[in-house]
Design a protein around this ligand. Structure first.
Ligand code: NAG
Ligand code: NAG
Ligand code: NAG
Ligand code: NAG
Ligand code: NAG
Ligand code: NAG
Ligand code: NAG
Ligand code: NAG
Ligand code: NAG
Length: 825
């Protein structure tokens, strides 16, 4: 609809271009040609239109104009403005790519103005695909002199959003209820595209949203609306930032002033990935967040100003995007292709909630997907990296299920419980690794053989390794915790009757250095009668402390546990119990503790729940310590702890006599020994009184003597046992019944104990050994008789039962809370 002809000698002004502009009615475009702001020499140049000279030309919608200039350089004198109104109130909006119309305009400085009228409820989105925009401060110019000016309106007042060059990061500007966009082009720019499109959106509920997309390192300077004038009263403006993974963003406020607020508070709010306290609220005077990973947004909220003295809220800020400053982009490979039924999660440690800003800490899978937590599953191989300023804010935990589904197959198979090196190499603390070992009920039991013999964690002998194994039943409803075990002890083998979870838990940093001490072999064995059997082969020097499962809250009802303790040929074992009694009060049945040497015709030393435990004694052969619980009354539970120490066997009598020949002094010494020996042998070994009752774990219920005194004797039938356990289940409410999902290990030690407790502390034990005269070094194990207290010189918190009289709504189990506190200090 228009044309510019090169006309020669049409007027008396040869060689100058003639322009033909036609503006169809429907385009709603008006063109203004007028003299520029720089005052030119008078009469230097005129517009020739309809054979008349003039200084202005206005072409309205539906009109056509053929004109020219009477000078060779009209760009020095004239500017051109194209105004187009788009009225979305009257009819549907012509959305989409915005055309730069009309084309073939004279080469003057020109401004295209689009004035979009829309309902105040409609959001309008201006999208600048390429080039993107860069906001400039008022008065600054763009290198190519191509400038966008954008303003909106609040009711009838205009609000200036900003001036932009076409070289930056701003990809979108969303406005509410109408927008005016002006594109200024210098006379020598022959650009023929507008560079943006418009679409309608639902309400954005604020003045505007400016989105910046960073593709590489860079910075953006941004301003509040109307800058350097005051931000509109009680308004809200937001900026969104898209930041590539591997880069970090920092915000700094270069300049701001506050208005005088009558009500509400001026502030900025951030949404930051990885923050647990979004939105993060800052005052303008605060130090703003830095080193943020991931996309974030920021909003400026004004207030109701004092009408007498409003002041001005204004903000000029910079977002700087750069590579992380203090951490390499190391990529870790985790290969889980040969694993089965296994998952691994890296996640933030729970933090005590506070309103302080915490920079993001993200885990990235591959080059682009970053999130605050990441779960990896078996069968896949992963490349992961971290965007995190402080790796101690993360931890990793893993779970694996090993089940024996085909009994013929698994009876021949063994499994290794090992934390793979791919996991050990991660720069993140291993919180725990849980193996769930599942066997068909009553068909198989499990045998765990540690790579290094284990020590049970007790107060007398703490585990001082960086990690421990926590063993607990994985049968829903069975609240049985076998204990915490670490390498470096005497326990050679642990057999458990049925499904358990083995949790390798780290307590100190440095697991990677000690990881060579981990490892357990699992095999499937014929079904056991006892809930657990511990095979203990003590070393000659160390004292071995052992305690019954569920220490401090009692062995579950009708449960039996055995210890097979071996005594080398040339040694004598000294067995000491930590208390005088078992501590249990039975409601039904009887509880027993039986000691029996593993030799022909060995006597059984039996203690019943109502009898004292045996005095310290020496044993010359491998022996059993078996315990079997009744259904206890609330409050008085069965806790048994004992200590085994080895000493060299006294010399044989013939040897003594032979030796006596050697010399008088030796003879005297030997005689002394002999007397001592004889005296000891005379001591009666059997506990007083005949033992009566049922050893709950054995199929051939042992009823030593006086059978029939207790008519509550029951057949040893497991279904019966479980039924009783269900009825008397004391801790069942604490169990996390997760139906086999991976929601967390069913290790009840993590949870605060809320059940009934014995009212008397364990009574002081008799001597276990020849210690105790020497002064205690702070690092020495505590003596046997110290009751538990918070003042214990623990350097790390191993599981222990803590009585909590709360409502049990704690989200973070107590132990973990305590650990956290330790970590945070
Ligand atoms: C055209 O724009 C340039 C650069 O902004 C300016 O120097 C010049 O004065 C303008 N011309 C007129 C006639 O205003
Ligand atoms: C783009 O902007 C930067 C400043 O942000 C400037 O240094 C650079 O020269 C600009 N490039 C062009 C082509 O205008
Ligand atoms: C702009 O000009 C280029 C060539 O200079 C042409 O290919 C393109 O189609 C034009 N675009 C419009 C919207 O006219
Ligand atoms: C945009 O406008 C069209 C037509 O006017 C309408 O059908 C559509 O619902 C609008 N979209 C939004 C998000 O308002
Ligand atoms: C900011 O980010 C949060 C979280 O992604 C989102 O819910 C919110 O709508 C965003 N706000 C703006 C203005 O972009
Ligand atoms: C992991 O993050 C996702 C969102 O990124 C969240 O929905 C999920 O609850 C998180 N899981 C954990 C265990 O924190
Ligand atoms: C142990 O787990 C297996 C597999 O989930 C299940 O079949 C079996 O009944 C469980 N054993 C007990 C005692 O609950
Ligand atoms: C008890 O332990 C000893 C020594 O380890 C071993 O030889 C024996 O077989 C064990 N007995 C049982 C019944 O497991
Ligand atoms: C002790 O328990 C073991 C293992 O269950 C068993 O073989 C042994 O016979 C028991 N001894 C006594 C005296 O009950």
């Amino acid at each position: 609809y228009l044309g510019a002809h090169l006309s020669v000698g049409f007027f008396s002004f040869p060689y100058f271009s003639e322009f033909d502009i036609f503006l169809p009615h429907r385009d709603n475009i008006t063109v203004f040609i007028e003299r520029g702001t720089v005052p030119p020499p008078t009469n230097a140049c005129n517009i020739i239109f309809q054979r008349r000279r003039s200084f202005t030309l206005i072409i309205k919608p539906g009109e056509r104009a053929i004109f020219s200039f009477d000078c060779p350089d009209p760009a020095k004198h004239y500017v051109l403005e194209v105004q187009k109104s788009i009225d979305c109130m009257a009819g549907p909006c012509p959305f989409g790519e915005v055309q730069l119309q009309p084309s073939r305009l004279p080469a003057l400085n020109r401004t295209f103005i689009w004035n979009v009228k829309a309902s105040p409820k409609v959001g309008l989105e201006l999208k600048f695909s390429s080039p993107r925009l860069r906001q400039i401060r008022p008065g600054d110019t763009c290198p190519d002199l191509v400038t966008y000016s954008i303003s909106g309106s609040i009711e009838k007042t205009a609000a200036n959003i900003g001036t932009f060059c076409s070289n930056g990061t701003i990809s979108q500007i969303k406005m509410q209820g109408g927008v005016k966009l002006a594109l200024h082009l210098p006379w020598n720019q022959n650009r023929n595209f507008s560079g943006f499109n418009i679409t309608n959106r639902s309400s954005i509920k604020r003045l505007c949203i400016i989105e910046s997309v960073f593709e590489k390192e860079g910075s953006a300077t941004l301003m509040s609306a109307n800058y350097p004038e005051g931000f509109p009263e009680d308004e809200l403006m937001s900026w969104q930032f898209v930041i590539p993974p591997y880069l970090r963003a920092s915000v700094s406020f270069l300049n701001y002033t506050l208005s005088n607020c009558e009500r509400k508070e001026e502030r900025v709010e951030y949404y930051i990935p990885g923050s647990l306290t979004n939105p993060e609220v800052f005052q303008l005077g605060d130090k703003q967040p830095a080193n943020m990973a991931g996309n974030f947004n920021l909003s400026l909220q004004g207030c109701d100003q004092d009408s007498q003295n409003p002041g001005a809220l204004r903000l000029l800020f910079q977002v700087l995007v750069q590579h992380p400053q203090n951490e390499g982009n190391k990529v870790y490979t985790i290969d889980l292709r040969s694993e089965k039924s296994m998952s691994l999660t890296i996640e933030p440690k729970p933090l005590r909630t506070n309103r302080h800003f915490v920079p993001a800490c993200l885990i990235c899978e591959g080059p682009t997907t970053c999130s605050p937590n990441l779960t990896l599953t078996s069968g896949n191989k992963y490349e992961i990296s971290f965007l995190c300023d402080d790796m101690t804010r993360l931890w990793v935990h893993a779970e694996k299920t090993i089940s024996c589904a085909d009994s013929g197959y698994c009876s021949r198979k063994s499994y290794q419980l090992l934390v793979a090196s791919d996991i050990i190499q991660l720069p993140v603390q291993l919180r725990d690794y849980t193996w769930k070992l599942l066997v068909p009920k009553d068909k198989f039991s499990l045998q765990l053989t540690p790579a290094q013999k284990l020590q049970q964690h007790t107060h007398e002998k703490n585990c001082e390794t960086t990690f421990s194994y926590l063993l607990a039943s994985a049968v829903p409803g069975q609240n049985l915790y076998f204990g915490s075990f670490c390498p470096g002890g005497s326990i050679e083998k642990i057999q458990v009757k049925t499904n358990i979870s083995v949790v390798l838990k780290t307590f100190l940093p440095g697991f990677s250095r000690e990881a060579f001490r981990q490892g357990m072999t699992v095999t499937f064995i014929h079904s056991l009668k006892d809930e657990g059997v511990f095979t203990v082969t003590p070393d000659s020097k160390a004292k071995v402390y052992l305690r019954s499962p569920n220490w401090d809250r009692g062995l579950p009802p009708l449960t039996s546990v055995s210890w097979n303790i071996s005594v080398p040929n040339n040694q004598v074992a000294h067995l000491t119990f930590s208390k005088e009694r078992m501590g249990v009060s039975c409601e039904t049945g009887r509880a027993f503790m039986i000691i029996q040497e593993q030799k022909a015709k060995a006597e059984e030393i039996v203690s019943r729940d109502d009898e004292p435990l045996p005095k310290p004694r020496d044993l010359h052969h491998n022996f059993w310590v078996n315990i079997s619980n009744c259904s206890p009354m609330n409050g008085k539970q069965l806790d048994l702890q004992f200590c085994v120490s080895l000493t060299p066997k006294k010399m044989d009598m013939t040897v003594i006599i032979l030796a006596a020949v050697g010399g008088g002094a030796t003879l005297l010494f030997a005689l002394g020994l002999l007397i001592c020996y004889a005296k000891k042998s005379k001591k009666k070994k059997v506990g007083k009184g005949p033992a009566v009752g049922i050893y709950n774990g054995n199929i051939n219920t042992q009823m030593p003597e006086k059978t029939g005194k207790f008519h509550k004797g029951r057949k040893d039938n497991d279904s019966h046992v479980y039924a009783v356990i269900d009825d008397t289940m004391v801790y069942g409410h604490l169990l996390n019944v997760s139906n086999g999902s991976f929601t967390g290990p069913e290790v009840d030690v993590y949870r605060p104990f809320q059940g009934p407790m014995g009212d008397i502390p364990p009574s002081p034990p008799p001597i276990c050994s020849r210690i105790s005269t020497r002064k205690l070094h702070p690092e020495d194990p505590l003596p046997f008789f110290l009751p538990e207290s918070d003042g214990e010189p623990y350097t790390f918190s191993h599981p222990k039962s803590v009585e909590v009289k709360g409502n049990g709504d704690n989200d973070i189990p107590l132990l973990e809370k305590k650990e956290l506190e330790d970590i945070m200090e």
